[in-house]
Design a binder for this molecule. Structure first.
Ligand code: ADP
Ligand code: MN
Length: 516
């Protein structure tokens, strides 16, 4: 059921319980517009404002649209259960609305936002799957069982408003029942009735209890389903579709499984297909790096991309999704440059949105071990060191790049040599923090090989000079760092005075971006 809000659910609108369509409160914020929950949530404010306007301009039209729900003849206000459930729905909706407000407040104008989605109360009217209907009838064990079964006569309210009459024991029992609502699952919002002198009949209490229990389980199932699918497939439906398309088109043979789940990306292994449409040969084994589109961590990486002149003009205009695509794009361009310089690294196969397909470093689905996980002979260790020194120089001089996350975590040992991976954050040396990043890379490499027993390994300052060709003479870390920052500042001023270089991706001989 896609329609949202009580008013949108016409009496014959779907399989939901009858009381859904009989809400006596009507629904001032809904018209007959039918759209997805997500749309409503993001546009709620706009819609409210619009409705306010509409109300002012066309009072009669709106009243007519709401008419049937306000004057509905079937409203059965004598049913405690129905009233209670409707109240519960109303409460939960308010709870969700509050969540949305908080979400909005926290996120503000931030480029990447966090979501409270999982804390929302999900109800049948906004659920899109009917298979999640309540099934409490088959529950054998009821953890919320009342101490005593109903001994009081099953009688509901006999009056209306203040004229409700009840027996004394019902009052006591009712109060007890209200108090016992506290024992409902902690996630189940029971409102502030507990603090009031509210009496619930056993019948209503039991029904509510069952409602709470089934809602709880239903909501848990919904969330579990979501979580499970993310854990299993590690990607959102849109990404999954992209992956399916790659298999469908014959570019990939099969996607076998997940190699790595990081904070910012998920990497899969796949066997390459032999699609005739692609002009290049697909490697027999591929790695698919899916950049996560929902995480806050990317905010921390702003500094890498924001100040990269290649992306500067675009950065400010982009939404979070596009910024994340840019990471994938950046990795592709950087890998291509490295490939052209002959640095061992994955070869780019294709880029689609935030999904980068490249050649797999490893064999038979087993990825090559990271340098941190492999035990090398002292000879190999030395060989690896000189290779890395050489690669860092090539990267700097031929590719005009600084890796910016170089460490034993992002170097794989394969085929008797070191392969560089994970270059989405790599920047050009003239990046405002480029030299600092290089110095950090040098520190990681230097420390790793010095600890690893390579006597020839240069210290971080020597390595920095050897890679950059600069000649910083400071003999201690603090002064060295200060000189680096001074150089960066000079470079920045130079850029400001002479205008920034304009980015031209095509000049790298980069592959085209496949984007729909
Ligand atoms: P992250 O940003 O999550 O660190 P990486 O690019 O480092 O992303 O990839 C994570 C892990 O996935 C790597 O440590 C490596 O084990 C594996 N991996 C990534 N790319 C490849 C590849 N082309 N071939 C084999 N394994 C890869
Ligand atoms: Mn990595």
């Amino acid at each position: 059921m896609d329609s949202v809000g009580v008013a949108a659910a016409a009496p014959d609108a779907g399989p939901g319980p009858a009381w859904q369509s009989k809400c006596p409160w009507g629904a001032p914020s809904t018209t007959s517009i039918s759209c997805s929950l997500a749309d409503v949530m993001s546009e709620q404010l706009a819609k409210e404002l619009q409705l306010e306007e509409e109300n002012a301009a066309f009072p009669q039209v709106v009243a007519a649209a709401e008419g049937p729900f306000i004057t509905g003849e079937n409203i059965d206000t004598s049913s405690d259960l129905m009233l209670a459930q409707m109240l519960q729905m109303e409460f939960d909706r308010e709870y969700d609305a509050q969540l949305r407000r908080e979400e909005k407040k926290i996120n503000g104008d931030s480029k990447v936002s966090i979501s409270f989605e999982n804390y929302r109360k999900v109800h049948p009217y906004d659920s899109d799957s009917s298979e999640d209907e309540v099934d409490w009838q088959d529950t054998r064990h009821d953890p919320y069982r009342a101490d005593k079964p109903t001994t009081t006569p099953r009688r509901g309210f006999t009056g209306k408003g203040k004229d409700i009459t009840t027996k004394h024991d019902e009052v006591v029992c009712g109060r007890k029942n209200t108090a016992r609502m506290e024992n409902f699952a902690p996630e189940f919002q029971v409102g502030d009735g507990i603090g009031m002198d509210l009496k619930l009949s056993n019948q209503v209490f039991n029904a509510l209890k069952q409602h709470a229990y089934s809602e709880e389980r239903r909501s848990a199932r919904l969330h579990e389903k979501k979580e499970h699918s993310t854990a299993e497939k590690a990607v959102d439906p849109k990404t999954r579709l992209l992956l399916y398309k790659m298999v469908n088109s014959g570019m990939l043979e099969t996607i076998t499984g997940c190699i790595s789940t990081g904070k910012e990306s998920v990497v899969f292994h796949a066997y390459g297909g032999n699609s005739a449409t692609e002009d290049k040969v697909i490697p027999p084994e591929c790695a698919i790096k899916v950049f996560k589109t929902t995480l806050n961590e990317f905010k921390n990486r702003d500094k890498y991309i924001k100040d990269d002149y290649r992306f500067k003009d675009r950065f400010s205009k982009l939404n979070p999704r596009k910024i994340i695509r840019m990471w994938a794009e950046k990795e592709m361009h950087n890998l291509t440059r490295m490939q052209n310089a002959g640095i061992p690294c994955p070869q780019v196969v294709i880029l689609k949105k935030h999904v980068l397909v490249m050649s797999f470093i490893g064999q038979d689905q087993v990825p090559a071990p990271k340098l941190k996980d492999v035990t090398l002979s002292s000879e190999d260790m030395k060989k690896a060191y000189y290779q890395i020194l050489n690669m860092m120089q090539q990267l700097y001089r031929e590719c005009n790049l600084v890796h910016a996350d170089l460490s034993e975590y992002n170097m794989l040992w394969h085929d008797g040599k070191v392969w560089l991976i994970d270059v989405s954050q790599s920047v050009e040396p003239t990046h405002p923090h480029g030299l600092e990043f290089l110095f950090r890379d040098c520190r990681n490499v230097s420390q790793f090989f010095q600890k690893g027993g390579v006597a020839e390994a240069l210290n971080e300052r020597e390595l920095f000079n050897a890679v950059s060709g600069l000649n910083i003479t400071a003999d201690n870390e603090v002064d060295f760092q200060a000189e680096i920052e001074a150089l960066e500042k000079m470079n920045e001023d130079h850029v400001q005075n002479h205008g920034k270089k304009l980015s031209t991706f095509s000049s790298d001989g980069d592959p085209p971006i496949y984007d729909e």
